[in-house]
Design a protein around this ligand. Structure first.
Ligand code: SF4
Ligand code: SF4
Ligand code: FES
Length: 213
């Protein structure tokens, strides 16, 4: 039996979405980009990064697109001066603890040529030698926001890396605490091994009761 789709408008564009999907997913499937750093399709939304905030007509406050179900007749605005200011401020905070120099670098388009002249140890400290370079949500958000500056000095957390496990490497100094690894571990793998540990500025990804993996 054919499932009836839901019709809504996103930034003035008519979008047909599968019933039950989030506005973020509906936008994505229609080829529209909404910045998002903590959502993973098919998993429960953590709604922690706050980058996917949107405005829905006749609703008083901004809502996260990842945790808002697409509804018939909904009119969604994904961008405005206020939304972009909020995103910029949130993103700068996220980057204050992630090496962001490559994201701001005016020469980044030519970096592949420069790479042959560089050598660097295991800790990438920037995009150039990062395995995610070129396929990175942070880079995508930075490019969307056309980010030119970060108001905060980069703070290296100086935490030890997990290098003792044959299957998982984790560099807590690069972690933006998006929670995706925790969701995948719990909801897809069904293991519930990874979790957030500590509180406030000391928050990190760890294991329950600090047990070895
Ligand atoms: S994850 Fe890697 S590629 Fe992405 S912004 Fe950070 S250092 Fe650059
Ligand atoms: S380690 Fe986990 S919480 Fe940290 S950035 Fe990676 S997926 Fe996100
Ligand atoms: S993707 Fe929606 S809050 Fe992070």
């Amino acid at each position: 039996m054919e499932t009836k789709s839901v019709q809504l408008k996103i930034d003035g564009q008519v979008v047909k979405a599968r019933p039950g999907v989030s506005v973020l997913q509906a936008a994505r499937e229609a080829g529209l980009y909404i910045p998002a750093l903590c959502e993973l399709e098919g998993l429960l939304p953590g709604s922690s990064c706050r980058l996917c905030l949107i405005k829905i007509k006749d609703r008083p406050s901004f809502v996260p697109a990842c945790a808002t179900q697409a509804e018939e007749g909904m009119e969604v605005m994904t961008s405005s001066e206020e939304l972009e200011k909020l995103r910029q401020a949130t993103f700068e905070l996220i980057l204050s603890e992630h090496p962001y120099f490559c994201l701001l670098c005016g020469e980044k388009a030519d970096c592949n040529e420069l790479k042959v002249t560089m050598s660097k140890a295991f800790d990438p400290g920037g995009c150039v030698f990062c395995p995610k370079d070129g396929d990175c949500d942070l880079q995508q958000v930075a490019s969307y926001l056309k980010i030119k500056k970060v108001s905060y000095k980069f703070k290296d957390r100086g935490r030890p890396q997990w290098l003792q496990d044959p299957f998982i490497s984790h560099n807590p100094n690069l972690c933006i605490l998006c929670g995706r690894c925790v969701s995948v571990c719990g909801e897809i793998r069904g293991e519930n091994v990874l979790t957030f540990v500590n509180r406030g500025p000391a928050t990190a990804i760890g294991t329950f009761y600090n047990r070895p993996l």
